[in-house]
Design a protein around this ligand. Structure first.
Ligand code: SF4
Length: 93
């Protein structure tokens, strides 16, 4: 392989490694917890329902308001979940 070809190969490898690091960073930081569409489930005022306890692994339970509600309302999700439609919003207190 010519030195030009090996330089290109090295540049491509560095590019792919940088993309992998970026994808890992996005996956680790772009969670429902900080997504603009996440609403934590809280007990309704006057309701006898108690506030749900956070799951020890998945955290706070909530709903994703990214799209219109379906038959059973908005999809249920945990603060630690994520999807490709993440949009940065306010972190939960
Ligand atoms: S499922 Fe996706 S769009 Fe919905 S709150 Fe989580 S990251 Fe945001």
């Amino acid at each position: 392989m010519s030195s030009e070809g090996s330089e290109l190969g090295k540049a491509m490898l560095e590019f792919h490694e940088a993309m992998d690091r970026h994808r890992r960073f996005v996956r680790e930081t772009s969670r429902c917890r900080t997504c603009a569409y996440f609403v934590a489930k809280v007990a309704q005022r006057g309701s006898s329902m108690e506030e749900p306890e956070p799951d020890p692994v998945q955290g706070i339970l909530g709903r994703c308001l990214r799209r219109a509600p379906q038959e059973f309302g908005h999809p249920i999700t945990y603060e630690t979940a994520w999807c490709g439609e993440y949009e940065r919003g306010e972190a939960l207190p």
